[in-house]
Design a protein around this ligand. Structure first.
Ligand code: NAD
Length: 506
């Protein structure tokens, strides 16, 4: 074990001690409470060690959080945007102060390598600062003229909203959803994923330290089937922003039907990276490797299907095999680690299950395809894996594996590439590598996805829209799209007192 890893483990143990010693509760109306539900154990994917007990919110706990958010809604909506801006910048400061703690706790709770999590707090703070700066203008609308009337639009915050987040990069995703909601003037009930609850509590502590009024930010821990369900059905909640699985999106659509809530669903993907013969070989190779093996492949925008053109297929796959075989799997707190353990044993079993499915379906395991538990102990370690000789109809090309597992498929023509790219129930993201601008433009037009990157890995731009089509979701956020989601547009029509009012019954 390197000295650096030893030092990091020591520091992480310090940060995690309080979670081991005290049951992690809910943050409701500015107070920490254990609520009235049961508790469950949280374990680390690194070695299955005990990380502490977590309270699972009951329906009554969720109701209390929703009522607190409802009671705080009018006051927060009336708080001037400039004041909300100040508070949210303070929240950004708090996150930055605790950057090391957030990174280490997230790594140990989720198995994500520290090299990626180091930026978590900084990116989270950037989310708050970006939306904070727009809070003063968020209500602005349009002026729409007619001959004898003038219409103007104004946006008002929706009120209390639910934010439900998944276990992959939970900290960053939570900030991404909650920051615009608060900047817009909504109050929030956040339910983090049961598999990775720790950093959401640090976020709530930072909100408290930044001086958010009581009830503006509430957080309930617990399970989707109880806490998540109650939250999505509560009549006070006006909208639900979910990041999660497509199956969960369907459930939430059904659960919210009776109370007619606005939904933003960011769901699964089986994103293609399409590499044409004329692509910049080295840059495409770097990006292909990065976009599936970073963040343990537990990333909604990961490019889990490689479509590679026949002219460069052999050379590209040979180079790719070498790179995949070289990826360093290890303890997430080791600075050298590129791939850490998968988040949970259940997920580890799902991912390793695809190693057999690939062979049964007739694909070839070019690299990996193994559990590393024999070599690395009880953690959820698997080898970075590359399947070749695959067909797009195979399960490994159709289903979201959500691990460091890439399926490579050959194509001949641009038309083939479009057909294969779109032959999926999903439509979140796609990546196109070509030096032919016309080809890039035609692909950008035809590939069914909410987001496409040309000659780039995933590059996040906060003002740009984020979201998917087909089973990858409904709606967009990012920039002003977030305000459109969290705010209601009202039209006010004012007469110039010149038009003839229709007369009845005179
Ligand atoms: P999940 O859908 O199992 O859980 C997500 C959240 O929903 C959790 O907090 C869970 O408790 C809650 N939930 C589950 N059932 C619920 C219900 N009936 N009512 C209300 N809430 C419920 O997802 P996961 O396994 O935690 O995360 C991985 C999934 O998230 C993958 O499919 C991934 O692609 C997707 N994801 C999508 C994006 C995106 O932007 N499109 C980003 C990250 C992750």
């Amino acid at each position: 074990m390197s000295a650096q890893l030893q030092e990091n483990i020591g520091k992480a143990e310090g940060y995690l001690a309080r979670f081991k010693e005290n049951t992690l509760g809910h943050y409701i109306n500015g107070e920490w409470t254990l609520g009235s539900g049961e508790t469950f154990d949280n374990t680390s994917p690194v070695d299955q060690s005990y990380l502490g007990k977590v309270a699972a919110a009951s329906e009554a706990d969720v109701n209390a959080a929703c009522e607190a958010a409802a009671a705080a809604a009018a006051g927060w909506a009336a708080t001037p945007g400039a004041e909300r801006r100040k508070i949210l910048h303070r929240l950004g400061d708090e996150l930055e102060k605790r950057a090391e703690e957030i990174a280490m706790v997230e790594s140990m709770d989720c198995g994500q390598a520290l090299r990626f999590m180091r930026q978590a707090a900084v990116r989270g703070a950037a989310n708050f600062r970006f939306f904070a700066d727009q809070a003063p203008e968020a209500r602005n609308g349009l002026s729409l003229h007619q001959a004898e009337h003038t219409n103007f639009t104004v946006r008002n915050p929706l009120g209390p909203v639910a934010v439900i987040t998944p276990w992959n990069t939970p900290f960053m995703l939570s900030t991404w959803k909650i920051a615009p909601a608060l900047a817009a003037g909504c109050t929030v009930v956040h339910k983090p994923a049961e598999l990775s609850p720790l950093t959401a509590s640090i976020l709530a502590e930072c909100a408290d330290a930044a001086g958010l009024p009581k009830g503006v930010w509430n957080m309930v821990n617990g399970f989707g089937t109880v806490a998540g369900k109650a939250l999505t059905q509560h009549p006070a909640i006006k909208a639900v922003a979910l990041v999660g699985d497509s199956a969960t999106g369907k459930l939430i659509q059904a659960q919210t039907a009776q109370t007619l809530k606005r939904l933003h669903l960011e769901l699964g993907g089986k994103n293609p990276v399409i590499v044409f013969d004329d692509a910049d070989f080295d840059r495409a190779l770097d990006a292909v490797v990065f976009m599936i093996y970073s963040l343990n492949g537990q990333r909604c925008t990961s490019s889990s299907r490689l479509l590679v053109q026949s002219g460069i297929k052999d050379k590209f796959l040979a180079a790719l095999k070498q790179r995949v075989a070289n990826i360093k799997v290890g303890h997430p707190l080791d600075p050298a680690t590129e791939v850490g353990p998968l988040v949970h044993t259940g997920h580890y079993e799902k991912v390793t299950g695809y190693f057999d499915i690939a062979k049964q379906d007739g694909a070839t395991v070019a690299v990996g395809g193994k559990s590393l538990r024999d070599e690395m102990g009880p953690g959820n370690y698997v080898t970075p894996t590359l399947f070749v000789e695959a067909k797009n109809s195979m399960r490994i090309a159709q289903e979201e594996i959500f691990g460091p597992v890439l399926t490579a498929i050959e194509f001949d023509t641009e038309e083939d590439a479009v057909r294969l790219a779109n032959d999926t129930i999903y439509g979140l993201a796609g990546y196109i590598w070509t030096s032919n601008t016309g080809c890039a433009m035609r692909m950008a037009d035809k590939v069914e996805a909410g987001m496409l990157w040309v000659n780039s890995e995933n590059n996040r731009n906060l003002p740009s829209p984020f979201g998917g089509v087909k089973m990858s979701g409904i709606g967009r956020d990012g920039g002003d799209w977030s305000f459109d989601f969290y705010m209601e547009t009202k039209n006010v029509c004012i007469a110039h007192d010149t038009h003839k009012v229709p007369v009845l019954g005179r």
